[in-house]
Design a protein around this ligand. Sequence first.
Ligand code: LP5
Ligand code: MN
Length: 245
Amino acid sequence: MPHTLFIADLHLSDGRPDITHAFLEFMRDEAPGADALYVLGDLFEFWVGDDEPVELNRQVAAAFRTCSEGGTPVYYIHGNRDFMIGRRFAAEAGMTLLPEHHVIDLYGEPVLIMHGDTLCTDDAGYQRYRRITRWRWLQWLFLCLPLRKRLDIADGIRGKSAQSKQGKNITIMDVNRQEVARQMRKAGVKRLIHGHTHRPAMHDFILDGQPVQRLVLGDWYTQGSVLRIGPDHAELQSRELEENR
Ligand code: LP5
Ligand code: MN
C-alpha cells in the first residue's frame, strides 16, 4: 500500500546508542518501502556545524543516502536543536532541506508540515532566543569559531535552556491554539503535522466550520514514534527501543 513516513525528535547522540540502533533499523527495514520520508527536526540532540568529525553523523548520512538512492526521497525540516544543519551535510546525506513551514501534496491533499516550535508562541523567552539564533550573520560568525568553542557555547545554551524550562509552566511549552489556526488558515490546509512538543497525538477539531486534524509526532527517548500516512489512512505507531544497546 502506498504510504509516506514522518519522524521527528529522535535526539540522536553518542550517549544513546539504543536510539541510534532503533533509527538505523527503521532506515533499513521500514523507510525503503515508503514513497517519501520526512524528518521534521531534532533528529540530533544538537548540531554545531557540518564539519564536526563524528562517526554518528557519517552513519546517519549514509543511511539517508542509501534510502534516497533506493528511490525513497528524504526531506528535512530543521528543529530547534539542529537548525545549524547545512548544505554540506544535506548533500552528504542526499536529503532535501525544506523551509521551516512547508505545504506538501500528500496523495492529492495539501498538508502543512513543520518542526512545531514556532507554534509555541506563549513561550516568549524561547521565541526571543529563537529569533536571535536565526540571524544569518550570527550563525555565520558562530561557524567561524573553532569547533571546541562552538561546543562550549552549545553546552552553555543547553544548560541555560534546561534551567529556564524548570521555571516554565508546561502549558506555555505546548502549542498556542490561535497560532495553530492562524498557520493552518494561512497555508489553506485541513491537516498539520509537527513534532517538538513531545506530546504524540492525533487532534481532530473544527476550524472555520470544517473538520481538520493536527498530527503530533512523539520523541524517541523511551520509544520510537513514526507517523504513516497513505491515501486513506493515517497511523501514529510507536516502536520499542531495545535495552542494553
Ligand atoms: O530543546 P528543548 O525541548 O529541551 O527546549 C526547547 C527550547 N530550548 C532550546 C535550546 C536547545 O535545547 C539547545 C540548542 C543547542 C544548539 C546549539 C547550536 C547553537 C548555534 C547558535 C547559532 C547562533 O531550543 C526551550 C523551550 C522548549 O523547547 C519548549 O518549547 O522552552 O527554550 C528555552 O528554554 C530558551 C530560554 O527561554 C532562553 C535560553 C537563553 C539562552 C541564552 C544564550 C544566548 C545565546 C547566544 C547565541 C550565541
Ligand atoms: Mn524541538
